[in-house]
Design a protein around this ligand. Structure first.
Ligand code: CLF
Ligand code: SF4
Length: 303
């Protein structure tokens, strides 16, 4: 019935600080930075820093191997009892580094099966991996979708590297768009909860994001998270260097309100985390668990 379906979804998000507004007061997430490569270029990204799909741009995270990452997760889960979710969100695109990403998930599923697995991607390679994601019991996947009109996308994405070929201009953006829509559909069919992140870029996609909201909702996304562009010249991104501004808090809220008119929930408590974030949202304990430090700590979880 309708009610038991709602109840089941409530249960699936109850301990996920991003998918449930309520949960974020009580439950924590951690990210491990195992995925350095990326397969597209976003104009809000500088590859030296974290993937801005989810993670705070302008921050450099320490890269870990899957084994180091698993060790880190066991250390942290033993020390922070509210820790419920492990996310992979960069510093590049997790699915442009499938072996590292899935090896990390496998190690954690094996050693800490009660930790929920979470993944964030630009979506380009998602259709290829939904089966693997489902098999690993990853129940939360985020796709960053900034446009559903490739014309708009040409101002955001200069190129896409897909199946050993580099594409530019509208051809590149069409591939990205089609793959994102295909990925969204495949997640829905596999019954995996999908959040869509959109970066609000004034003058580029701000007026278009209501349409994005409509399309992704229709295609079964569970939650929409519209995030402000963070752009500073010193980040060295294309938008930073061309003086592109981010939205004001008022502009962001107006757009979120406009989209929230629908029945799909809007996420409003995103803190644009680092790719190595640790703790409750808004609390940054990543510096307590740098590689130098956590490698010296014994994994205490589940012992
Ligand atoms: Fe991490 Fe993202 Fe999973 Fe959350 S973050 S991979 S869904 S566990 Fe959360 Fe951070 Fe916002 Fe992301 S507050 S940037 S939405
Ligand atoms: Fe940068 Fe992420 Fe975009 Fe790749 S997907 S270019 S890492 S913001």
């Amino acid at each position: 019935t309708e009610i038991s379906h709602d109840e089941k979804i409530k249960e699936r998000i109850a301990k996920h600080p991003c998918y449930s507004e309520e949960a974020h007061h009580h439950y924590a997430r951690m990210h491990v930075a195992v995925a350095p490569a990326c397969n597209i270029q976003c104009n809000y990204c500088n590859r030296k820093y974290d993937c801005a799909n989810e993670s705070r741009p302008g921050v450099v995270s320490e890269l870990l191997t899957p084994e180091e990452a698993a060790h880190k997760v066991l250390v942290i889960a033993g020390k922070i009892p509210q820790m419920t979710v492990l996310g992979i969100a960069g510093p590049g695109d997790p699915l442009a580094n499938p072996e590292k990403t899935f090896r990390t998930f496998e190690l954690i599923a094996d050693k800490a099966p009660d930790i929920k697995l979470c993944l964030s991607t630009n979506g380009l390679m998602l259709p290829d991996y939904v089966d693997r994601i489902k098999k690993l019991n990853v129940d939360h996947v985020t796709i960053t979708i900034n446009m559903v009109d490739p014309e708009v996308g040409t101002k955001i994405y200069p190129w896409v590297h897909y199946r050993r070929k580099r594409y530019k201009g509208i051809e590149a953006v069409r591939i990205l768009h089609e793959r994102q829509m295909e990925g969204l559909q495949a997640l829905k069919e596999a019954d995996i909860l999908c959040k869509v992140n959109s970066v609000m870029i004034p003058g580029i996609n701000d007026e278009h994001l209501a349409e994005v909201d409509r399309v992704i909702r229709e295609k079964g996304a569970f939650l929409h998270n519209i995030m402000p562009l963070i752009s500073a010249p010193e980040h060295g991104t294309h938008f930073g260097l061309t003086g592109q501004r981010g939205p004001t808090p008022k502009e962001l809220k107006a757009l979120q309100d406009k989209c929230a008119g629908s029945n799909m929930k809007m996420m409003r408590h995103c803190r644009q985390c680092r790719a190595d974030a640790v703790g409750l949202l808004g609390e940054d304990r990543s510096q307590e668990f740098t590689k130098e430090k956590f490698l010296e700590m014994a994994p205490e979880y589940n012992l």
